[in-house]
Design a protein around this ligand. Structure first.
Ligand SMILES: [Zn+2]
Length: 60
């Protein structure tokens, strides 16, 4: 199942909490919003931050 909910790509540096939206852009900062399905934000997941960092490195 594909989630239509997107997450502000730069929320970690731009906001103090994840910004979710149904639009392709963040309603708060106007930046790009990405599909949040692959790695949903979980405040109780201590490794989520590392996983996202690794994923970002892979994309470079
Ligand atoms: Zn934003």
């Amino acid at each position: 199942m594909k989630a239509a909910i997107r997450l502000c790509e730069a929320w970690e540096s731009t906001h103090d909490r994840p910004i979710y939206t149904l639009s392709a852009t963040c309603p708060d900062c106007g930046g790009p919003a990405v599909n949040s399905a692959p790695a949903p934000y979980n405040p109780e997941d201590p490794y989520g931050e590392y996983r996202r960092a690794l994923k970002r490195r892979d994309a470079d």
